[in-house]
Design a protein around this ligand. Structure first.
Ligand code: NOJ
Length: 558
């Protein structure tokens, strides 16, 4: 496998709106991020992925861009951005930008022009169709609720939006549109940014004919994904993007590829396919259920283990994995995969970190994960800000079959706002995030869970992540080693081996809140403990009793 800096790196995702507010308006900003670069340096990460900071009317908190080459006023100015980039670089930190080019905002000048007339030079930048039988062109339902089509008064035609009506889909089959995108990307690369995280990039290619999608029994809308995910020209477009832009710079790219299979990922992120460096797969979080993505059940370890093991072995030597448990669209990882009860929060957060960071791939830390931040105990609907949560409520409660009481637990567990409450910096008011009124409520547990407290505690989750990152820089087997799963059917233990040129790591994780007995494979008794989340100082006996949520990594040199 080829070596690359982005394979050896650890990425930290910042959701700028909720990270740090420098001017007291209650909204995080670029100067806030600059003030926390030393914190990130101390943690040891190499790359910052910035969720969108571009000009946007904020229908979807920046995932609806109205100018790709301007900074959102609430976040600062282009001068602030340039300062952030140069200060980050000065500290050895790289900056990866979010690239949202499946759709723009309806307030982007391209769309403003496009909607005016069928003869507009920008008409073809978007996907317009005539209606059918007095309604939309087909039955597709958008991911944020309602139809994927909105009729526009000026011409009476419908435009496609796989997300909200304020996020019209760009038409990638237009060479002129693709030229604009590549020009814009080149402009950012020339500025010196270090890469792109590409929003729903697996959805950019749509077929010419857009047929009705399958609709579950009685469902009002059909599914667009069979036509729009991994559409007919997506790989062609990415190879073109690679040859026109990406290949000219030493940058990293990660594609958000919802619905991706191992086989598809080998194309998107193959060692020799000339598309992207890696992709995010979502099998461990997108668990199909009766109520679209809404659920209250945690993800079980056997499921998690099966998904990751498939990806670990499926991509080994062929393509590169990205490793994540949390991001701005997911519940907090300790609440979704670990155990956020007070007795187990710290130990289970460390367990998850060990389990994830010891696998092959580039690990991503979502802001606050290094503190063990949890889901938020929201108390009323008025506290939610997320378009997907509010639309979900409309779809399932106001216009749907569920009562408020039935839907509420879904919202509490799964709402994207859980990940978007302000970063908890200290026990001061508003968690030290802002001196003003925060745009979204602060999780009340900030008095206990915060960065200041973590930095003062040598046993904190923060320092545990720091150690994991240091180990990655010391032992190439963590980055490049092969993966083999042991104890495939154990209901509580996840155990795997990494190996590189004869050096072996044994990773043992007890995912349960009970003690578990375990017998080591041959050759590991008495070997070095690389890291452990409890106080174990040696493993001298072939069998051991693991404490609840204990994780141990043993190293056997060549
Ligand atoms: C995926 C992003 O992660 C999510 O936050 C956003 O709402 C959709 N793409 C639409 O851009």
């Amino acid at each position: 496998m080829n070596r690359a800096w982005w394979k050896e790196a650890v990425v930290y995702q910042i959701y700028p709106r909720s990270f740090m507010d420098s001017n007291g308006d209650g909204i995080g900003d670029l100067n806030g991020i600059i003030s926390k670069l030393d914190y990130l340096k101390l943690l040891g990460v190499d790359v910052i992925w910035l969720s969108p900071v571009y000009q946007s009317p904020n229908a979807d908190n920046g995932y609806d861009i109205s100018d790709y080459q301007a900074i959102m006023a609430e976040f600062g100015t282009m001068e602030d951005f340039d300062r952030l980039l140069s200060q980050a670089h000065g500290k050895g930190l790289k900056i990866v930008m979010d690239l949202v080019v499946n759709h723009s905002s309806d307030e982007h000048k391209w769309f403003v022009e496009s909607r005016k007339s069928v003869n507009s030079p920008y008409r073809n930048y978007y996907i317009w169709r005539d209606g059918k039988n007095g309604g939309p062109p087909n039955n597709w339902g958008s991911w944020f609720g309602g139809s994927t089509w909105t009729r526009d008064g000026a011409t009476g035609m419908y435009y496609l939006h796989l997300f909200s009506p304020k996020q019209p889909d760009l038409n990638w089959s237009s060479p002129a549109l693709r030229d604009e995108i590549y020009r814009m990307m080149t402009w950012w690369c020339d500025k010196g940014i270090d890469g792109f995280r590409m929003d729903v990039i697996s959805m950019i290619s749509k077929p010419d004919i857009l047929p009705d999608g399958p609709a579950e029994n009685g469902a009002q809308y059909g599914d667009f994904t069979p036509y729009c995910i991994h559409g007919p020209h997506v790989h062609e477009y990415l190879r073109e993007m690679n040859s026109r832009v990406l290949s000219h710079y030493d940058i990293m790219t990660v594609g958000e590829t919802s619905g991706v299979t191992v086989e598809q990922a080998r194309l998107y992120a193959g060692e020799d396919t000339h598309e992207l460096n890696m992709v995010f797969q979502f099998e461990h979080v997108d668990v199909p259920g009766k109520y679209a993505g809404w659920r209250t059940n945690k993800i079980s370890m056997p499921f998690l283990r099966a998904v990751f093991s498939k990806w670990q072995t499926g991509l080994n030597g062929k393509a590169w994995n990205s490793l994540f448990l949390g991001n701005h669209d997911q519940p907090r990882s300790v609440s979704q995969f670990g155990d956020d009860r007070p007795a187990f929060r710290v130990v289970s957060a460390k367990l998850l970190a060990t389990w994830l960071h010891m696998m092959q791939g580039t690990p991503y830390i979502y802001q606050g994960e290094e503190l063990g931040m949890t889901n938020c105990p929201f108390e009323s609907l008025s506290e939610f800000r997320d378009i997907d949560s509010l639309n979900g409520y409309r779809t399932w409660v106001e216009n749907g079959p569920l009562t408020h009481a039935q839907f509420w637990p879904f919202l509490l567990f799964k709402s994207r706002d859980n990940a978007r409450t302000p970063m908890q910096w200290s026990a001061r008011p508003n968690a030290g995030f802002t001196t003003g009124t925060p745009w979204i409520r602060v999780n009340p547990n900030y008095t206990e869970i915060n960065a200041e407290a973590a930095l003062a505690d040598p046993n904190s989750i923060f320092y545990y992540y720091q150690k994991l990152i240091r180990l990655r820089k010391t032992y190439p087997v963590i980055v490049y080693g092969s993966y083999a799963l042991l104890e495939k059917n154990d209901p509580n233990l996840c155990v795997y081996i990494r190996e590189l040129a004869g050096e072996k790591l044994l990773v043992i994780c007890n995912f349960s809140d009970k003690k578990q007995a375990y017998t080591l494979p041959e050759g590991f008794s008495g070997t070095q403990i690389l890291i452990t989340n409890l106080n174990r100082s040696a493993v001298d006996e072939p069998s051991l009793t693991l404490q609840p949520y204990e994780a141990v990594v043993l190293r056997r040199p060549v």
